[in-house]
Design a protein around this ligand. Structure first.
Ligand SMILES: N[C@@H](CCC(=O)N[C@@H](CS)C(=O)NCC(=O)O)C(=O)O
Length: 227
């Protein structure tokens, strides 16, 4: 099978896994770059010429078409197979797919990223109320998702779509940051859905085994220098 192009990503990057999962379900081959070094290769002029924002995932199509931003690449690859069911079967289903993709990125993943960066000191000062606010926002999203999935296997219709792949990829990451054992028991359908998606036979090798943190990551203040 001819490759449709190269996806700049690293094997465990969640957003890259999302795109690779879409390609796998559509029976399309996407290559990964050999020996990609993050913060080196993406800073090179030849990379910036194709992808001016300098971030990955970035798709370098075999036909010369270049695309960045995870959601755009995933949707494009989802649409490449003529009989694909990944984008729903009509305009309304397609809109619902977009709804859940946006929800995954803006209501779940954005909070995971903020929480991770806050506890890792990326913003400098750690502020507990801000941490609590991000967690509360994410829990609100998880409650909505849990209620929706309590009567369904998949998000939009009876088959797996881009919505399921996108939501599962961000839940998988949250389960390594703040969606810990005490929270996971409150969202059994969210976790069941995530496991169902990442364990699809064509996707197992891409997503790998779920890693579950027992306790949410916490801020650890830097050790004080001894006087
Ligand atoms: N909005 C982008 C975000 C991608 C992103 O933040 N990628 C990070 C790696 S996880 C990156 O390439 N950072 C390089 C940089 O900041 O220069 C997307 O959804 O694809």
């Amino acid at each position: 099978m001819a490759s449709i192009g190269t996806l700049y990503t690293w094997p465990t990057q969640g957003s890259g896994q999302r795109i690779r999962a879409v390609a796998a379900l559509n029976g399309l081959q996407v290559d990964l770059p050999e020996n990609y070094v993050h913060h080196q290769d993406n800073d090179k002029p030849e990379f910036r010429a194709k992808f001016p924002h300098g971030k990955i995932p970035a798709f370098d199509g075999a036909d010369g078409f270049n695309l960045f931003e995870t959601t755009a690449i995933a949707r494009y690859i989802a649409s490449l197979a003529p009989n694909s069911t990944l984008l729903g079967s009509d305009l309304k289903e397609s809109a619902l797919v977009d709804q859940w993709v946006s929800f995954a990125d803006n209501e779940i993943a954005a909070n995971t990223t903020f929480i991770y960066q806050l506890v890792r000191g990326v913003f400098g000062t750690y502020v507990k109320p801000i941490h609590t606010t991000f967690v509360e926002r994410q829990i609100r999203a998880l409650k909505t998702l849990e209620a929706h999935l309590s009567t369904r296997t998949f998000l939009v219709n009876e088959r797996i779509t881009l919505a399921d792949i996108s939501v599962a990829s961000v839940i998988k990451r949250a389960a390594m940051v703040d969606l810990d054992a005490s929270l996971r028991v409150k969202f059994p359908n969210v976790m069941r859905h995530c496991e169902t998606v990442v364990n699809q036979p064509q996707l197992k090798d891409i997503f790998g085994t779920m890693q579950y943190i027992n306790k949410a990551l916490t801020y650890v203040p830097p050790a004080k220098e001894k006087k």
